[in-house]
Design a protein around this ligand. Structure first.
Ligand code: KIV
Length: 281
């Protein structure tokens, strides 16, 4: 697997420096064409382990592997020249401890060219984050709803609504102290998100959190209306491409069945017309 080794224009230091200044814009991407469309508009592009649910039809992110993250990560890297590339560490690739996390994070960087990794967890991940950062790996943390822990959290519930809010805040403080350059806040009440944003010196990236976060991230297939199995409350659909794609597929199927596709302009004569000799088609 060849990595995109070009230096990204936007670095972890730039993202960190945006704290309290310009809002940080991010989306997930899993393919080269989608990454190319985002490069000019996003500060960082995340190859989220949501790829497992969105593109591979898995019921959760727990079945996502290092190989899947590397394949999609390398594809996205080929579409970026400006935006920073961050890749999720999949479930089971970092939780055993700092050494395991370093080996897998280094592999993600080596085989994709990504500039940082993201991992889920607060206080319990602080030691691992410190270990990676001290060895040259920028880390984005992720607290609140951490989808890799749905089996212990009991589902995709809002986190920190009650007394547990203090633990979410403590987790965000711990990852910031450990050297993370940013922290994703997923599905936490707006007031708690604002409190965390004010309390930590690193940017907070909200998803189902607050407009007061230092930045926002969404799953691209959700916001384009391409993923239609369900729509979390925090998703705004900026497009309805799923409906449009299905209508196009239905039109194609009808035309094939009616033998109206391919039409004369889509087929080839025995001899090319004189003005078509240079055509590649
Ligand atoms: O996997 C993912 O896409 C994420 C989100 C924060 C969008 O982690």
């Amino acid at each position: 697997m060849s990595a995109n080794t070009s230096t990204p224009a936007i670095t972890a230091g730039d993202i960190l420096a945006q704290k309290g200044k310009t809002p940080i814009v991010s989306l997930t991407a899993y393919t080269t064409p989608m990454a190319q469309m985002m490069d000019a508009h996003c500060d960082f592009v995340l190859v989220g382990d949501s790829v497992g649910m969105v593109l591979h039809g898995l019921p959760s992110t727990l079945g996502v592997t290092m190989e899947m993250m590397i394949l999609h990560g390398a594809a996205v890297a080929r579409g970026l020249s400006r935006a920073m590339l961050v890749i999720d560490m999949p479930f089971g690739s970092y939780e055993e401890g700092p050494q395991q996390a370093f080996g897998n994070a280094a592999r993600l960087m080596r085989e994709t060219g990504c500039a940082a990794v993201k991992l889920e967890g607060g206080v319990e991940m602080a030691e691992t984050i410190r270990f990676l950062v001290d060895r040259g790996i920028p880390v984005m943390a992720h607290v609140g709803l951490t989808p890799q822990s749905i089996n212990t959290l009991g589902g995709y519930k809002v986190q920190g609504r009650d007394a547990t809010g203090a633990a979410v805040l403590e987790g965000a403080r711990a990852v910031a102290d450990a050297g993370a350059f940013a922290v994703v806040l997923e599905k936490v009440p707006q007031k708690l998100a604002d409190e965390i944003t004010a309390a930590v010196p690193i940017p907070t990236i909200g998803i189902g959190a607050s407009a007061g976060c230092d930045g926002q991230v969404l799953v691209v297939d959700d916001m384009l209306g391409l993923f239609t199995a369900f729509k979390p409350k925090f998703v705004k659909r900026y497009g309805n491409l799923g409906v449009e794609a299905e209508a196009a597929i239905a039109d194609y199927a009808a035309e094939v069945r009616a033998r109206s596709f391919p039409a004369p302009e889509h087929v080839f004569a025995d001899q090319p017309a004189p003005d078509q000799t240079a055509s590649k088609g």
